[in-house]
Design a protein around this ligand. Structure first.
Ligand code: HEM
Length: 208
């Protein structure tokens, strides 16, 4: 591959990996906050408390937004935009009585792991950001199954940046607007490379 093509491919990769994923996660978070007004109020109160007098959030402020972090973590659990994490075996491997031959491609279904009641408890299918009050270790029995940013050496390089972007977007929206779900909204998570709302997220937005 020529150096030019390598550069262009990498730019395309970063553009897709960095834009679509974060934008779609923000849309899911808005949908969940619209349908859970108690969490919308909690997250807004936290933002208004931290960003006093309409200040724009800086790095320290973003770091202290615990409720918003829990909301984003729960959004990524229920709607991990990357539906699968894929790996290819570089050699024959054996896991107990399962043999994975060299070159076999393994697709790990992330939403399945993220909503398994044995890992997350009987309310695994419900939106409950409180489960992350004590971090990922406190939220589930097997933290390795929480892999919205992937796992291991090929884990998402943009994960810290994505969390910052999501906190900035959501805190700015929460500090200026309240919102509910429009009757026009049709819930249809669709797998189109990412898991996205097939018909968009229709909100009724009011200025605070
Ligand atoms: C909510 C937002 C995001 C989610 C859910 C997400 C998710 C993922 C996932 C699941 C992977 C595969 C990891 C693996 O195979 O173990 C990945 C890889 C990657 N992500 Fe993200 N990502 C997000 C945001 C971003 C951003 C903002 C950037 C860059 C600005 C980015 C850049 C990348 C790159 C370059 C890779 C490939 C890493 C490699 O193969 O070594 N991502 N991401």
């Amino acid at each position: 591959m020529s150096p030019e093509k390598f550069m262009v491919d990498n730019c395309k990769n970063i553009y897709f990996a960095g834009q679509e994923t974060t934008a779609t996660t923000a849309a899911w978070a808005l949908m969940l906050l619209a349908t859970h007004p108690e969490w919308q109020t909690r997250a807004r109160n936290e933002v208004l408390e931290i960003c006093k007098d309409g200040a724009h959030p800086d790095a320290d402020m973003l770091r202290s937004m615990k409720t918003l972090t829990m909301v984003i973590q729960e959004t990524l659990r229920l709607y991990p935009v990357g539906a699968f994490v894929a790996r290819q075996g570089s050699e024959d491997m054996k896991f107990k009585d399962i043999i994975v031959p060299k070159n076999a491609v393994i697709w790990i279904p992330v939403p399945f792991l993220h909503q398994h009641p044995d890992v997350w408890g009987p309310d695994a299918h419900l939106f409950n950001p409180e489960r992350f009050a004590n971090g990922i270790l406190g939220a589930c029995k097997i933290p390795q199954t929480y892999m919205h940013f992937g796992m291991g050496i090929r884990t998402c390089v943009g994960q810290q940046f994505a969390m910052v972007e999501l906190k900035v977007i959501l805190s700015l929206i929460l500090s200026k607007f309240s919102f509910t779900l429009s009757p026009a909204y049709r819930h249809s998570p669709a797998f189109k490379l990412t898991i996205e709302p097939e018909h968009g997220v229709n909100l009724i937005v009011r200025k605070l």
